[in-house]
Design a protein around this ligand. Structure first.
Ligand code: 2AM
Ligand code: CA
Ligand code: CA
Ligand code: CA
Length: 267
C-alpha cells in the first residue's frame, strides 16, 4: 500500500473530487465553452472548473498554503514555506478531442523541495502518487523505472512544440532531436500529456521522456514520481533546474546516453 502523508491524502481526495465532474464533461464535450489563450493554446470551462474545485479543496484542508496553478496563476498564502503546484487538466488538447489521455496533476513543495505528488487519470481511474522518501505508486502497486540499459531496446516519449509554443527555431531543434532519437531507439511516442509521460516513465512503460518549453505545473508531480521510482530527472544541461521547463527523465544507465544524443542533435 502506498504511504499517504496527511497532505498527500488531501491531494488524492481533491483529485478524486474534481475528477467526477471532469468525466461528465468529457462525456458531453459539446456543452463546453472553449477559448484560446494563444495560437493552438486552448482553455475550456472544464479546465477552469477543475482548477476551482482543486484550489477550494486544497485550501480548505491547508489554509494559508500558497498555490500556483495554470489557469489562475499565483495565489500567495500566509504560509510561505508550502506551495501547491496545480495543472487542472494536463492534456487539454486530447481532452477536447475526446482522446482519453489526460490527467489532473498536483504537487506540493516545502521550502522549494517537491515532497508530494499526485497524477490522476479520471478516465482509467489510475491514481499515481509519490511522497519524498516513500516511493511512487500506481494505485496499490509500487513503481520502479525500467531497467533497460541500451538505447536500441528503449521506448522514449517526447513532446514536440506545437504551433504557438516558442519560435520556429525551437521547433526545428526539437524535430532534429526527434530524428536522432527515433533512429537510435525502439521508437518515440508523443502522447500529449507531460505529467502522464513522466508517470509512464515512473511505471517503467517508457524508458525515457524529454521535452522543452514546459511549465512547472506540467511536470512538478511527475518529477517526484520518477525520482521516487528510482529514476533520474535533470534539465537538458544535465543540471537540476527541472521546473524551468526543459526536462529529461529516465533511468541512471540511459541518462548519459540520451542526454548526449539529444544535446548533440540540437547543436
Ligand atoms: P496542457 O494540456 O496543460 O496545456 C505536452 O507537450 C504539454 O504541452 C502538455 O503538458 C500540455 O499541457 C502542453 N500544451 C499546451 N498547449 C498544447 C497544444 N496545443 N498541444 C499539445 N500540448 C500542449
Ligand atoms: Ca493549457
Ligand atoms: Ca499542462
Ligand atoms: Ca492544463
Amino acid at each position: 500500500m502506498p504511504y499517504l502523508s496527511p497532505a498527500l491524502n488531501v491531494m488524492v481526495a481533491a483529485a478524486r473530487k474534481a475528477g467526477r465532474p471532469l468525466i461528465r464533461d468529457f462525456n458531453e464535450l459539446e456543452h463546453l465553452q472553449v477559448s484560446m489563450k494563444g495560437p493552438a493554446d486552448f482553455v475550456s470551462s472544464a479546465d477552469q472548473r477543475t482548477e476551482k474545485i482543486l484550489i477550494e479543496e486544497l485550501v480548505k484542508a491547508r489554509p494559508g498554503y500558497s498555490v500556483f496553478a495554470e489557469e489562475t496563476g499565483a495565489h500567495e498564502g500566509t504560509d510561505k514555506t508550502h506551495r501547491f503546484i496545480i495543472d487542472p487538466i494536463d492534456g487539454t488538447t486530447n481532452f477536447l478531442h475526446g482522446v482519453p489521455h489526460f490527467c489532473i496533476s498536483i504537487a506540493l513543495e516545502r521550502e522549494g523541495t517537491l515532497v508530494s505528488g499526485v497524477v490522476y487519470n479520471p478516465v482509467t481511474d489510475d491514481m499515481y502518487v509519490a511522497e519524498k522518501g516513500h516511493g511512487a505508486y500506481l494505485n496499490d502497486k509500487r513503481l520502479r523505472v525500467a531497467a533497460r540499459k541500451e538505447l536500441p531496446q528503449s521506448l522514449i516519449a517526447t513532446g514536440i512544440p506545437f504551433m504557438g509554443r516558442g519560435p520556429d527555431s525551437e521547433r526545428k531543434r526539437s524535430l532534429k532531436e526527434v530524428e536522432a532519437v527515433v533512429s537510435r531507439t525502439s521508437g518515440i511516442r508523443r502522447f500529449g500529456s507531460a505529467a502522464l509521460d513522466c508517470a509512464f516513465v515512473a511505471a517503467g512503460r517508457f524508458d525515457g521522456y524529454w521535452e522543452r518549453g514546459l511549465n512547472a505545473w506540467d511536470i512538478a508531480a511527475g518529477v517526484l514520481l520518477v525520482r521516487e521510482a528510482g529514476g533520474l530527472v535533470t534539465d537538458l544541461n544535465g543540471g537540476s533546474d527541472v521546473l524551468k521547463g526543459d526536462i529529461l527523465c529516465t533511468n541512471e544507465a540511459l541518462h548519459p546516453q540520451l542526454l548526449k544524443l539529444i544535446r548533440d542533435a540540437g547543436k
